[in-house]
Design a protein around this ligand. Structure first.
Ligand SMILES: [Zn+2]
Length: 67
């Protein structure tokens, strides 16, 4: 289980999700804490409901399970 953050990138039409330890995680004012999730499905469901279009960071999020 990881703690996830949302990077504000509305300029690009989507927002990016990082884990707490990601080296690409932006500074505090440029991110929201999403909280703890057990799996990406749950995380993405939550993030999409709350924030619209989201993408997982390629560096810190293992997207192999994504179709
Ligand atoms: Zn990341």
């Amino acid at each position: 289980m990881y703690c996830f953050y949302l990077e504000k990138k509305q300029r690009l039409g989507f927002q990016k999700i990082h884990t707490k330890d990601c080296e690409l995680l932006p500074e505090k004012k440029a991110r929201f804490k999403l909280g703890y999730f057990d799996n990406y499905e749950e995380l993405i469901d939550h993030a999409k409901n709350e924030y619209g279009d989201v993408k997982l960071c390629e560096l810190c999020c293992n997207t192999e399970a994504e179709s």
